[in-house]
Design a binder for this molecule. Sequence first.
Ligand code: MSP
Length: 511
Amino acid sequence: MENFFISTAISYTNGPPHMGHAYEVIAADVIARFKRLEGKNVFFLTGTDEHGLKVQKKAIGLGLSAQDLADQMSKNFVEMGKALNCSSDDFIRTSEERHKVAVKEIWLKMKKNGDIYLDDYSGWYSIIDEAFYQESELIKGESGIFFSPNNNPVEWLEEQSYFFRLSSYEGKLLDLYEKNEIFVQPKSRMNEVRNFVEGGLKDISISRKGLEWGIKVPDDEGHSVYVWVDALTNYISALEWPNDKSLFNDFWPGNLHLIGKDIIRFHAVFWPAFLMSAGLEIPKQIFAHGFILNKGEKMSKSLGNIEDPMSLIKNFGVDQLRYFLMRETPFGNDGNYSDELLINRVNADLSNDLGNLSQRCLTMVKKNCNQSIPQKNELNNFDLELLKSVDQKKDIIINLMSNFHINSYISEVFELISNTNKYFSDQKPWDLKTLDNDRMNTVLWVTCEMLRRIGILLQPVIPSGSSKLLDFLLISEEHRLIKFISDDYSLNSGKPIKEPEIIFPKIELKK
Ligand code: MSP
């Protein structure tokens, strides 16, 4: 069985999870579930990034220890994952022992390779970004104060620091991008990364003096490892590197790091350079998704427009939130959230197009076919054309997901739903009941078979609704993989079905 490793970024524990975090976990979960449906052996990793000044500062402000704050917040992230129906295989916390061991080891390997040296650092640092900046990268505010490219405060730092020889990886990185043009996706992000490296790389500071809440530099307790060296190593510490090689051998190099567009440089420049230095393999691909905005504006505490994913799940349902976020925006672009947008989308697609189709068809099956899969009689051209449309589209649909065009994947599946709705209305099985019972049975069989195929394809996106749909048809767990979307596995007439229920009740817009 082919292995597939996918990870999200690990989230800072300086605050509770928000929509951006939910968005990333949902997208990674959709991809992970899809790969499983393709028959792959998936390792899906997520977790929390707990060290560094940002978390330490927040904890001090709250009168907590950084560990206590991390414990609390990390629990919130685990709970959000569960509530989102996230099928992750592991949740790594950077304060875990297995992680610390790996960070120390990668440091020692980079040092042994001659890539780490001690020098004096002077420059700008943003605690919120946990990033060092060149003055040329900063934005000058109205009062002459500098801000980071993300509009966060920066402070001037002068301290002794360990450096990583990033400058000597310029050529190797450009080589990597040339050999693997899809290393970073979408393409525009690959160009952004290439331009950055072509502009010249400077060595980077990789330790902080006096940072208490961090992993100590091996053989120099006065320094802590820079939080990004620490955080990036999670992808291999979770695979038990360097201690136990079995998971690591199976799943590394990882297939996909799914991250937000703001942290692309760390993943596509720093991380491969660290790995090359440590003599480890480079992940196969990085996908940078866009940001979720609130009616076009960045979500922020000061604007008071932060949406809490847990309340949205409670108000609208988990499939509904997943569906909206994945359907509304091309993956890679920024997307917008508003209750109205979600309600309209969910009512139109899930309640009307999919929900009504399944309810109308299965209720007729219950009433007229002894609650069993209807008799399939001779198929006419309309039936064959509809069923064939799935065979014709299957490869295209699979390809869309393989290239992370999640929203196009969904719209293709919904085109199948819309064609099935049209077929159902045109064939009028309710009229056929008295006119031609055999034909009614066939039309219902074709519609049930379409629901089976559609149900299989929608599992990654709306796992709970599609599992209900497949349960109605009594499709066994083992028969829900993509490969079962074929005539060879079509429904057997006479097999009982479960009592149908409404899967996606309409959401009322509260005034
Ligand atoms: N801890 C670092 C990542 C280290 S990975 C080795 C970090 N944490 S974060 O909590 O700030 O962000 C976690 C992920 O959420 C990142 O991929 C980030 O891009 C993403 N998002 C944060 N806000 C977001 C939105 N508003 N919308 C979509 N994703 C956003 O960065």
